[in-house]
Design a protein. Sequence first.
Length: 154
Amino acid sequence: MLFNKKLKRKDIAKKFYGYHSKNNINNKNAAINYLNDIINYLNNYTYESNNDFLMLGRKKFVYDEVMDILNGNKKVNDSIYFVLGSLEEFICNNNQVYASDVDKSKWKNEKIMDGKNYAEIRDKNDNYIKNGYICLEEKNIIIDMINKIKSKIV
């Protein structure tokens, strides 16, 4: 099957934002089924690379928090519920970058930060948001998150 439709963030947000809480997904089997539903939904679209996508700011914070929980470095009550909510936030919400994102020591090996100032980072992020579509790089991060969540649940 050939897909040629790009995924709009607003469309995936309509389908999945708050889904885990509305549907009371808080056990392993329901979580695995839900994560598979997200992957199946993502696989119905095509994705293009976008140089304006930045893994900084709020998206980076949410991603790191999920990884800390999955790796046991951070403890929360009802970790499945918390991680699913964070995943939904990552997928459905636009990114927010902050002035502190230009602190190169914070991002060690991020080449995208070389010579950048806050205005440049903010403008790249704003351009990505205006685009309205989820790019290939972001989709790959989402799939990676889902696979890591699934491996910890199983």
